[in-house]
Write a protein that binds this ligand. Sequence first.
Ligand SMILES: Cc1ncc(COP(=O)(O)O)c(C=O)c1O
Length: 468
Amino acid sequence: MSTLLRKAYSAASFEQQGYQLISLLAQHLKKSTDHSAMNWIAPEKQMEFWKNDFSSGLLSDPVTLFKEIADRSINVRNPKYMGHQVACPLPLTILSSAFISCLNQSLPIYEMGMVGTALEKIVTDHIKTKFGFGNQSSGIITSGGSLGNLTAILAAKAQFKEKDHPDLVILVSREAHYSIERAAKIAGLPASGLIQLPVNEKFQLQTELLTEVYRDLTLKGKKVLCIVGCACSTSLGVYDDLEAIGSWAREHNIWFHVDGAHGGAAIFSPDYKDLLKGAEQADSIILDFHKLLMAPSLSTALIYRDGKNAKKTFAQEADYLFDNHDKNDWCESGKSTFECTKPMHILNTYMILRTYGDEIYRENIDTLYNLARKFYFMIENDDKFEAALEPMSNIVCFRYKNGNNLNVINHTISKEILLDGSYYIVNTTINGEFWLRVSIQNPFTNESHFKGLLGKIKEIGGKLQEII
Ligand SMILES: Cc1ncc(COP(=O)(O)O)c(C=O)c1O
């Protein structure tokens, strides 16, 4: 064997670099509160740096590069990070992630991921019980919510005969995540196959329109493939009235899918789980562990009310992978997922549940949702700001309201905040207008961070008022 291969696989240097890396990561965790949420680097400058790095010869100490990467990346652990819906992963999961890579199991084939396959079953069973699904239900894990939504929509489509396919439509609120539209396209629906329904003043799907819309569609010979409920929507964090959608879907024998990628996590909070009332009527529901449940990217639970539906989409012969005796179905998870190689990411969630139990989820949800309410009231009590609506989750949309051209002012504020880097927030468009948006992801974010953010916005807004 070559010296290079021996050196690269050396357990001794792994151990030495491992200690160095753990110490570096511990520093990163400790310092995450001190620094700015991000050090903005323009794309061209970032690219130039990495081009130079790539051509600068081989590394003698790989750990130095990890530090460089951390310094050049957004810090999702900083309490002033309030941007996209990415978890601040628990330190325990940094360790389990390394462990997952070391074992490199591949789940869809049982013997390639024996433990992971069992853990997926246990965790999805736990989630289905939380939602109140019965014995017939079962779940799988997909790599992300987008893939979870697609898998559920394909399962809904598998209920129809091929001759019906050209006439299928999906009903959804216009606030739904874009992965639903993509899933509709991938499922072979034409653009007119996605019916984006209007929302009420609380930005929830207008359920009172359903019967009329359905009647019109039926007259045109269309068939509803499924109706999707948002729990919650991405942009505004609003939960649809799942109870009303669910009963309507049951009455019309229509597949009801709940996109709980973000807000399905509220099921762990006695204070907030009522937002999900009606989800128990769903035919399928997804829930991301890597958004509000403190796991690193990427794993999503997809639960089917009737577990038999899980297999219909991908039913095919794959003799070299699956033994076609259906006796122990759960151990052939590859029959229910699009993925072939799938990492054992479920271990991150299993470790959280085994170490801290459901209680840590409850605390996280309560903390984040309560913080959003606190931020909302601070906005409401400041005459320089307005909120788009009272938050239902950890997402708050608001804007600086002093000045004549609010779209331009808020757009410029958003850019300035990004360049400044102390805080990281994002933005959205509501009814054609530009709004600032926070998603509070870190339970260590507090009132002083909110004050600091609002102060910074006022400072920028004040200057802009004079020139815009
Ligand atoms: C409501 C909703 N559904 C689906 C997704 C997609 O999930 P993922 O990023 O895990 O693919 C998101 C992502 O933000 C979301 O907010």
